[in-house]
Design a protein around this ligand. Structure first.
Ligand code: GLU
Ligand code: MG
Length: 439
């Protein structure tokens, strides 16, 4: 019998390390496997970005199922006769089919269910990604220059086409400020879909880059001292009928009372969230002043250095401002799982609504020019400046630890502290090179 080349489907999860890991089987088994997936192990969540498990609360025990989600499919068929790449994002369940406490996708689902049950609100979100591409060319003065796209059209076209073929709606593709730096955005979607899409967008980008002989990296810092690669998480709130509720034309910054409470919750728990949103040693090489990344815990109207930025909207005729109105969280990067990042924002926002927190101070200008006393007066705190500091902030925030629950919070701190220990003694430029390859 002649050999027929088969396609393997890999069921994957996006894990604490922000890596997409899983196990595969022949594609013809997919329908069957949609019921019970593949075997998975609790300790897998402890594999860090260096591919090691410095410590684990789970040991070698326990068995789970990683089950394909109906919305999880990624298919990369380049139409040139080369093998089709197939991944399905999944949920980690116990053997009896319950959500496992360490499943990050399940953690986001729970957060969204809680928000909806308590407030009737849903979240629309979109993850805006910046990345570095080794195939890009550098010339002096090329920030945002059209010339930086030249020669890359086949890659860019395939990337955008692959997103669309996988159900994402491409929005923009642009040259960014930094050397060999680009940005890609997709339309907003309901939060779980948006997080699925963020995972997909990264994997699709890596696959298409490889196909074209390039290496693409979403690591927050590839070229130190210039600008980093951010992930800006845009969000807005809608009611059960789909009406936007974060906008109020009469309010400061046009942020409604409920939107303001949601934002205030994020700022209140912002230091803990940072441990999840910017979760790598090199993340803090990006969160520096004057690099269009966040440095303080503040909300601002159209200011690129705020942690929470009220985004601009076109004030021209025919534009529904309430619908376009959204806020972005600028403290995130792609070394985290989008599920975990968004879940923390949702939990914090819900806590803010529950406590009816008042609107945060709407800052304008660089908070760094204010004295400490002036910042304190305005409620503008400092973001953690290192990962160890962020992890301590998370550990000290008993409310945020409660959202994660005992299993995930313990695993998370252990995972990240193990990563820090492994990074110790590695010179920072070398560390940036390692992270650039890992992400
Ligand atoms: N590269 C910046 C960051 O790290 C963002 C630049 C921009 O506003 O697009 O977040
Ligand atoms: Mg950008």
């Amino acid at each position: 019998m002649a050999i027929e080349r088969e396609t393997i489907v890999t069921v994957c999860c996006s894990d604490i390390a922000g890596q997409v890991r899983g196990k595969g089987f022949p594609a013809r088994e997919l329908e069957n496997r949609r019921r019970f997936g593949v075997g998975w192990t609790p300790t897998n969540i402890m594999i860090n970005c260096f591919g090691r498990i410095p410590a684990t609360p789970f040991g070698a025990e326990g068995d789970l199922m990683l089950v394909p989600s109906p919305e999880g499919d990624i298919t990369l068929d380049y139409g040139d006769g080369s093998p089709v790449e197939r991944i399905v994002l999944g949920d980690i369940l116990t053997l009896s089919g319950e959500r496992w406490d360490g499943c990050l996708r399940g953690f986001l689902k729970n957060a969204l269910d809680q928000l909806e049950a308590e407030t009737g609100l849903r979240v629309l979100a979109s993850f805006e990604h910046e990345f570095w591409l080794d195939g890009g060319e550098e010339r002096p003065g090329d920030a945002y220059a059209a010339s930086t796209l030249r020669g890359l059209e086949p890659f860019i076209g395939d990337y955008v086409g692959a997103l669309r073929a996988n159900g994402l709606q491409p929005d923009t593709f642009l040259p960014e400020y930094g050397p060999k730096q680009y940005e890609i955005t997709v339309d907003p979607a309901l939060a779980l879909t948006a997080a699925d899409e963020a995972v997909k967008l990264r994997e699709i980008g890596r696959s298409v880059a490889k196909k074209h002989g390039y290496h693409l990296s979403f690591s927050p810092v590839v070229t130190r001292g210039i600008v980093g690669n951010g992930v800006h998480i845009h969000f807005s709130l809608i009611d059960r009928d789909g009406n936007p509720v974060a906008y109020d034309a009469e309010a400061p910054g046009k942020l409604s009372a409920i939107g303001a409470s949601f934002c205030a919750g994020i700022l209140k728990h912002g230091r803990a969230i940072c441990a999840i949103a910017a979760p790598s040693v090199v993340s803090y090489e990006r969160l520096k002043p004057h690099s269009w990344a966040a440095y303080y815990l503040n909300l601002a109207d159209r200011d690129r250095e705020a942690l929470l930025r009220i985004c601009p909207y076109p004030e021209v005729e025919g534009v529904n401002v309430a619908k376009r109105y959204n806020i972005e969280f600028r403290g995130a990067d792609a070394t985290a799982s989008p599920y975990l990042q968004l879940a923390m924002l949702v939990h914090a926002g819900l806590a803010g609504i529950r406590e009816k927190l008042p609107a945060p101070y709407l800052s304008s200008g660089d908070p760094g020019t204010l004295s400490q006393a002036e910042r304190d007066e305005r409620g503008i705190g400092d973001l953690p400046r290192t990962l160890p500091e962020a992890l301590d902030a998370l550990e000290q925030d008993s409310v945020a630890m409660g959202w994660l629950g005992p299993v995930l919070s313990k695993a998370y701190l252990m995972h990240k502290r193990g990563e820090i220990a492994m990074a110790e003694g590695i010179e920072i430029d070398e560390l940036c090179r390692i992270y650039a390859r890992a992400y």
